[in-house]
Design a protein around this ligand. Structure first.
Ligand code: C2O
Ligand code: CU
Length: 458
């Protein structure tokens, strides 16, 4: 067993004990944003001072049952304001955690009480949503698991938070600055060290014939993970938290854009197993090692069945849907003529001087008026036209959507979708959650330098 799992197990036990022992009027359960020293880099390199939830990277795995609530008091012990976004939860707008839109950022020394219902089972995550380009890169993220009412027939349920860190090898600290123009105008901040659950050498132990549920979460600022299973047979059962109609056998590379999740059921079939990640240099690197020791007493099982559906997964008829279009532009090697930023039309050169490199529908960053005003329940089709030379993982807050394929058929429900250059992409959703919702690129350096807009549902 790795040191990390022991730490995590100890922590979970402590949490459970705290919950049981809590007297009626005790202070609320907290999530403390604070600095901590964590050994992200291999031994021999310095420890990294991170910004963490409760002292670990990733933060604690928050688990609750579908239909229950999450109640956590954010305590800000950092020197900077912060807030928490609960990514993928179809949440009450006031709890969405977007500083400047749904709440004020929590100042140093301040607190904020998050309390919200969990309508959907699935794999979600939480992360800072104040200066997230820097705060998420420094470690402020964690998994949020909403359990189905009935447990699945699996031997284990493992949460794998995939991440990367850009470290200075000389010190082990984060490479600065976080708002480097080169990163913002290109692919974003990608790390020089990748890992799972805060470990570059993450290891699981398993037995042959064991069946595992793996919940993969891409918490990286900008890295798109291309993944392959080795020594295991797998099925995808959910994307971005939402159950698929039927399990889909994994036969190919899995692409996971920043903020996306995939739930897999895997059967350990070989003596050596693992999750492999494709590297730019044309070779597969071991990302999560599964050490297979012995054989489980269980015989191999038939293919898994689908997860029970979440409520409200069907879209209304789209024939009369409101049609919207959004041109995505800017960045290195494509640029744009001009865009509106803080109420002013600026040339691309002027935008760059202000640290803005991208625009959505001609607008860089938030404006006073939303990209779209929608009425509650209104069906919407949104065409994304990617005129940049980069892929962008586009995320809608508050509501999941489906891709509309060229033949009119609908893809699976998700909250983040990868838009690639020059490929038309259309999504559809029902504006069924009232409030102010962000729509932005989850390459967080892009979001910070123009690729953020919002819709209003009322
Ligand atoms: Cu996961 Cu607006 O973010
Ligand atoms: Cu982007």
């Amino acid at each position: 067993m790795t040191q990390f799992s022991m730490t995590r197990r100890g922590f979970c036990a402590a949490m459970a004990a705290a919950t049981v022992a809590r007297p009626a009027l005790a202070s609320p359960e907290t999530l403390i944003a604070r600095k901590a020293d964590v050994q992200l880099a291999p031994e021999g390199y310095g420890a990294t001072q991170v910004w963490s939830y409760d002292g670990s990277v990733p933060g604690p795995v928050l688990r609750a049952r579908q239909g229950h609530r999450i109640t956590r008091q954010l305590v800000n012990e950092l020197d900077v304001p912060t807030s928490v976004h609960w990514h993928g939860i179809r949440i009450d707008n006031a709890m969405d955690g977007v500083a400047g839109l749904t709440q004020d950022a929590v100042p140093p020394g301040g607190t904020f009480d998050y309390d919200f219902a969990l309508p959907d089972a699935g794999t979600y995550w939480y992360h800072a949503h104040t200066n997230s380009m820097e705060q998420v890169a420094r470690g402020l993220s964690g998994a949020l698991i909403v359990e189905e009412p009935d447990a699945l027939d699996v031997d284990r349920d493992e949460v794998l938070v995939l991440d990367d860190w850009l470290l200075d090898p000389a010190t082990g600290g984060f490479a600065e600055p976080f708002n480097h123009p080169m990163m913002m105008s290109h692919g974003g901040r990608t790390g020089n060290l990748v890992g799972v659950n805060g470990r570059y050498d993450f290891t699981l132990t398993a037995q042959q014939n064991e069946r595992l549920r793996l919940r993969l979460i891409n918490a990286a600022n900008a890295r798109i993970f291309d993944l392959r299973l080795e020594g295991m047979t797998g099925w995808a059962i959910a994307l971005d938290g939402m159950p698929l109609d039927a399990p889909v056998p994994v036969t190919d590379v899995i692409t996971l854009a920043p903020a996306q999740r995939i739930d897999l059921i895997v059967d350990i079939v070989a003596q050596e197993a693992g999750l492999l990640m494709w590297m730019q240099e044309d070779n597969w690197q071991l990302l999560a090692d599964v050490t297979v020791s012995g054989q489980s007493a269980r015989a191999a099982r038939p293919a898994p069945s689908a997860l029970p559906p979440n409520p409200r997964m069907e879209l209304p008829a789209l024939a009369d849907a409101r049609k919207l279009e959004m041109v995505m532009e800017g960045g290195a090697m494509a640029g744009m003529e001009s865009a509106v930023y803080q109420g002013e039309r600026l040339s691309f050169r002027e935008m760059i001087e202000r640290g803005q490199f991208w625009a959505l529908a001609g607008q860089a960053g938030l404006s006073d008026t939303p990209f779209a005003k929608l009425s509650i329940g209104e069906p919407v089709r949104l065409k994304l036209i990617n005129r940049t030379v980069f892929p962008h993982g586009m995320h809608l807050h508050g509501t999941h959507f489906r891709e509309v394929h060229a033949d009119g058929s609908l893809g699976p429900l998700r909250d983040t979708i990868l838009s690639v250059p020059n490929q038309p992409l259309e999504i559809a959703f029902a504006a069924d959650n009232p409030g102010k919702w962000l729509f932005h690129c989850h390459m967080l350096a892009h979001a910070a330098s123009g690729m953020t807009t919002w819709i209003n549902v009322a």
